[in-house]
Design a protein around this ligand. Structure first.
Ligand code: SF4
Ligand code: SF4
Length: 319
């Protein structure tokens, strides 16, 4: 299949719902809602912002006593998600498996991945937390995946019934079905996950946390930009004629995080916050889901005002 056919497919989707895609803005790529194909970036570069706001809005009303229904029924297409972002999305699918608000929204969202070559992307992204495996797609959750080969040909895969229907209904007949084989490959959990888990767990008293706490501003930019960070706050808002429950993104770096009744706070220092963040990604998430709590995208480093580098820190802890 050639690019014009993919463009035709994309043009049809633009007429059916909201399309979110990578868009180049000078030196950086961002994820934005687009209304024309020309705005889309096909470089495969990792956007500095993520797709997570498509599945989990930064702020949403979960309950309002003046409304009977809350489902977000707008059809959305997350177009051009790279492999690392699909891994992060696959984690979200497990974390929010029983979250009715997430699930209702998800029914109307189509996940469409894109690569210029998965192996090349792994090299380009300098992935530090995993290694390239031939059957990557079998272990990812997506609806449609498009691979642009070096000769410009596009290969289309469907990863779900929903994806298959989307392709068929929009005139794409030439595609391959990928049977989802579970998130964890047959040979078991990736040894790099196990190694990093041990390094972080045993490194609790490593001087690195004091060194990082000296420079970290606890601004939370890293966690807001991280595609695997999913912590949120829920607040009740009582007004004269309404009561609402609002959910919004949280961050373990924010002052109110971990506050409990009576004014206690477990994470009462930047050092504790930093360790908590790493421990969540490299110890608790792998323990709970046997999966990546970090996908090596390096957004946290790119947005950090003091350039705290997660790959280097892991290397130091592994030593
Ligand atoms: S972005 Fe950097 S400075 Fe801000 S909280 Fe994260 S590690 Fe600390
Ligand atoms: S590299 Fe940083 S931003 Fe990317 S998944 Fe890991 S912790 Fe999150």
């Amino acid at each position: 299949m050639k690019q014009p056919e993919i463009n035709k497919f994309l043009a049809k989707l633009l007429g059916q719902g909201l399309v979110y895609a990578p868009v180049r803005k000078g030196p950086v790529v961002l994820v934005e809602q687009v209304d024309s194909i020309d705005r889309i970036d096909w470089s495969g570069d990792i956007p500095i912002t993520t797709f997570k706001s498509v599945f989990l809005p930064p702020k949403e009303v979960l309950f309002d006593n003046n409304k009977a229904e809350f489902a977000d029924k707008i059809k959305k297409f997350a177009w051009g998600m790279n492999v690392l972002d699909l891994q992060a999305f696959s984690l979200f699918e497990q974390v929010f498996e029983k979250d009715i608000y997430y699930q209702k929204r998800r029914q109307n969202i189509f996940i469409i991945g894109f690569t210029n070559g998965i192996e090349d992307d792994f090299r380009k992204y300098k992935v530090f937390h995993q290694k390239y495996e031939e059957n990557v797609l079998e272990h990812l959750i997506f609806d449609v995946f498009i691979e642009r080969q070096k000769n410009g040909n596009m290969i289309v895969f469907s990863g779900s019934e929903k994806g298959q229907q989307l392709l068929e209904q929009n005139g794409i007949k030439d595609y391959e079905n990928i049977e989802f084989a579970g998130l964890v490959p047959e040979q078991g959990i990736n040894p790099i996950i196990t190694r990093n888990r041990q390094a972080v767990e045993l490194g609790r008293d490593n001087p690195i946390w004091d060194e990082l706490a000296e420079i970290c501003l606890a601004c939370g930019k890293c966690s807001i930009h991280c595609p695997t960070c999913f912590c949120f706050d829920e607040k009740d808002q009582a007004e004269f004629d309404s009561v609402k429950k609002v959910r919004q993104w949280g961050s373990c770096f924010y002052p109110e995080f971990s506050k409990t009744a009576g004014g206690n706070k477990d994470l009462d220092s930047v050092k504790k916050k930093l360790y908590f963040w790493y421990e969540h990604k490299f110890v608790r998430i792998p323990d709970e889901f046997s999966y990546y709590g970090c996908v090596s995208c390096m957004r946290c480093f790119k947005v950090c005002p003091v350039e705290i580098n997660i790959a280097k820190n892991l290397q130091a802890l592994n030593k």
